[in-house]
Design a protein around this ligand. Structure first.
Ligand code: FA5
Length: 345
């Protein structure tokens, strides 16, 4: 009898179970009332007396092992069946929704602020002739001021009048194009991609600019300041301050840099005794601006004796960084493709 018990290959029977139906059958066959285990127990009295203890112990061991193996098998089968199960009445899983890039929202907001005071949005080429980027802006060939706008040149045949092809280094190239398109009064807001080979916490090689251009009779510097004030208060909030610093641009006279107080360090220039990584001084440069140079008006076919105008060029990425609620301390995050950042918008 002990030999019979030891030779019993119950593991094979359990291993061959394929589904819950088989499992039930094997369970009854092995552990049921009239099952094999109980039939061995019933035969205990037929076992010679000196082997009975060993037989009983072995039978109990086998019973426990069978119970354990059957439990494991049941779990395996359930897992497999769950995988196979398809309920066509369940609602479908929603698709992941994409969203616009955060800067697109910022651009829409900027356009809406300026359109509320009569500025018309235009778009001019991203791949542009050198002429519109420089000559038409009072920077003739070889002028050192061109170096300020570090430029990517495109490998393309030169044009006699318009020169080489460039990736537009600033939206000011739209000034002459707009003057050719319409006669004053002009209220232009030109938003486009611009390119320069820079890469640090406040510079990316591809960035955007929005260029304001206002040309009319009797336009003066107070209109420029009033317009920038209006934009800054609406975009950043009433608590942010602005300053104009004298600067030089070949295409405006006088010229300014427009700074806004830093939203990361609250204009203090430091955080916990360390220099603010973004502004280093409490102020962040947002834009260049000034009164349109008479030569630029003339090149656009506008008489500087009759008309005057101003222009500014802002970086919308910088504007976004400088919003109080943003606390972006590295502009490059905008173009990193990091989904953890992008899905917050
Ligand atoms: C200009 O590009 C002038 N065209 C602005 C201007 C327009 C002056 C009209 C006068 C009249 P500037 O190089 O300073 O100026 O750039 C203007 C703004 O673009 C900067 O203040 C900054 O906000 C943004 N900017 C410039 N380079 C980068 C860059 N690599 N990454 C992100 N933003 C940039």
């Amino acid at each position: 009898m002990l030999e019979q018990l030891n030779e019993w290959n119950f593991k094979k029977e359990i291993a061959e179970i394929k589904n819950l139906f088989d499992w039930e059958k094997v369970y009854i066959k092995l552990l049921g009332k009239k099952g094999k285990i109980n039939s061995f127990f019933a035969k205990i009295k037929e076992v010679p007396a000196d082997q009975r203890k060993v037989f009983g112990q072995r039978l109990n061991e086998i019973k426990k092992e069978i119970e354990k193996l059957l439990e494991v098998k049941k779990l395996e089968i359930k897992k497999l069946e769950e995988k196979k199960f398809f309920d066509p009445t369940l609602p479908g899983k929603p698709y992941l929704k994409g969203s616009l890039h955060p800067l697109t929202y910022v651009i829409e907001e900027i356009v809406s602020i300026f359109s509320s005071i009569g500025f018309i949005r235009v778009s001019y080429p991203e791949v542009e002739w050198e002429y519109f980027s420089f000559e038409a802006l009072n920077m003739p060939k070889g002028h050192p001021a061109r170096d300020d706008f570090e430029t990517f040149f495109i490998d393309f045949p030169q044009d006699k009048k318009y020169g080489r092809v460039v990736l537009s280094p600033h939206t000011s190239s739209g000034q002459n194009r707009e003057m050719r398109r319409i006669k004053p009064p002009i209220r232009m807001i030109n938003i486009a991609k611009t390119y320069r080979p820079n890469w640090d916490a406040t510079h990316t090689p591809m960035f955007h600019q929005f260029e304001g251009l206002c040309i009319d009779k009797d336009i003066n510097i107070t209109h420029l300041k009033g317009t920038i004030d209006y934009f800054v208060k609406r975009f950043f909030g009433k608590n942010r301050t602005i300053r104009l610093r004298p600067a030089h641009f070949q295409f405006t006279e006088p010229s300014f840099e427009v700074d806004v107080s830093c939203g990361v360090c609250q204009g203090k220039g430091e955080i916990d005794g360390q220099k603010c990584k973004v502004c280093k001084s409490g102020w962040l440069e947002l834009a260049g601006a000034g009164m349109v140079h008479p030569n630029v008006l003339k090149m656009g076919g506008i008489d500087p004796q009759k008309y005057s105008g101003w222009a500014f060029g802002f970086g919308p990425e910088r504007c976004m960084m400088m919003r109080e609620e943003m606390k972006i301390d590295d502009i490059r995050i905008l173009y990193s493709g990091d989904i953890r950042f992008l899905e917050q918008f």
